[in-house]
Design a protein around this ligand. Structure first.
Ligand SMILES: Nc1ncnc2c1ncn2[C@@H]1O[C@H](COP(=O)(O)OP(=O)(O)OP(=O)(O)O)[C@@H](O)[C@H]1O
Ligand SMILES: [Mg+2]
Length: 361
């Protein structure tokens, strides 16, 4: 028994029949009882990974271990997995109760009708759908159907729960509520969960940790806050964060970092944050909007093109070489569209990337 590596994926690859390499040598592990988010843009390989874990797809190479044992040669029904599909996949002609009971009424895990109903009702209670027992899926809202599919995935008491974008069909407010419910439910049941989403805020809010994918490759496997504070590369810095990070093309030469309309000494940067020696050349200087704000001693001249109110804060928008740059300020800042300002950045919070996206600072 190895709780740290309850689920372990080793050098996993998937090449589809048409030659497309969807997963390229991916390795990660999930701790027993954790809720881990697999995050990434459309097409990065999230569903492909879940399907290999579930046994619906076989890997081209590599290994998948549950509790220390390889499962690649084990049939899907014997892997003790619950799978919540994105489209719910409920049986339309069955009632909610029959849908939830269904996995217990077929196959080798078949239970007596009474026992199946008793277990089903327990999970319907947990997912708060008891009063919907006699309704058909067609009569339910998206959020209610979602709960039915979660209850159905849980009745067999699987060891691992896989959820593929389970909230994407719900409106914004319901998403917020149901994601909290999912987190508290899986923690109460104590089930190890892999939750797929392309929504970074969702991942940050519910994941014990996040694994971010891009083009079939893991970009970062880390605690949520490290995606903000310590991104591995340019892709991560730009994928995570709302409003998105600001990027400036710069040159490093003669001890200075120089952009189109500002410049500062390399010595302003924190020596301890360099990942390697900074050689002269082209880089991208990236800074989160809350770390570059108007100030009397600012160095980046800018004209406010637009001001967007987002709740307690405002986003100021600027042009920089034809690209939009943003600054996040509180409501007290006396600024308006058309104002000329100077922006000051926190040098201990900026990042420098090579043009290929490697983080140098
Ligand atoms: N059966 C298939 N044959 C060939 N290529 C496929 C097949 N299924 C998926 N792909 C490709 O593999 C890549 C990964 O697909 P996958 O469905 O895993 O992405 P995803 O991250 O789940 O995306 P989304 O967020 O849109 O659901 C994509 O480029 C996709 O086009
Ligand atoms: Mg998918």
């Amino acid at each position: 028994m190895n709780d740290e590596k309850f689920v372990e994926v080793k050098n996993l690859r998937k090449v589809y029949d048409n030659g497309h390499e969807a997963i390229k040598n991916v390795s990660f592990s999930v701790k027993r009882g954790d809720l881990v988010c697999l995050l990434g843009p459309s097409g990065c390989g999230k569903t492909t990974i879940l399907n290999m874990l579930a046994g619906l797809l076989s890997p081209t190479s590599g290994d998948i271990l549950f509790d220390g044992k390889s499962v690649v040669n084990i049939a899907p029904k014997d892997r003790q997995i619950g799978y919540v599909f994105q489209n719910y996949a409920l049986y339309p002609h069955m009632t909610v109760l029959q849908n939830v009971m269904f996995p217990l009424t077929v196959g080798q895990h078949k239970k007596s009708k009474d026992e199946a109903e008793k277990i089903a009702r327990k999970y319907m209670e947990l997912t708060q759908i008891t009063e919907l027992a006699d309704q058909k899926p067609g009569q339910l809202s998206g959020g209610q159907q979602q709960r039915v599919s979660i209850a159905r995935a849980l009745v067999q008491q699987p060891k691992i729960l896989l959820m593929d974008e389970p909230l994407s069909n719900l409106d914004a407010r319901l998403r917020l509520r149901i994601r909290e419910e999912i987190r508290s439910l899986v923690k109460k049941v104590g089930i190890t969960t892999l939750f797929v989403t392309h929504d970074q805020e969702e991942a940050l809010s519910i994941g014990d940790k996040i694994i971010l994918f891009h083009q079939g490759v893991i970009q970062q496997d880390d605690l949520g806050q490290n995606f903000y504070l310590n991104p591995n590369n340019y892709f991560v810095a730009n994928f995570v964060g709302n409003p998105v990070i600001d990027n400036f093309k710069v040159k490093v030469a003669d001890g200075k970092v120089t952009a189109a309309n500002f410049s500062f000494d390399v010595s302003e940067l924190d020596k301890n944050r360099f990942k390697r020696d900074l050689t002269d050349g082209d880089y991208v200087l990236s800074v989160r909007p809350e770390n570059i704000v108007p100030a009397a001693d600012g160095i980046v001249p800018a004209e406010i093109k637009d001001v967007e109110l987002i709740g307690r804060e405002r986003i100021l928008k600027f042009d920089h070489e034809g690209q939009q740059v943003r600054s996040l300020v509180d409501l007290e800042q006396p600024v308006k569209s058309g104002d000329q300002v100077k922006l000051k950045m926190r040098y201990d919070r900026v990042f420098l990337f090579t043009p290929e996206g490697e983080r140098v600072y």
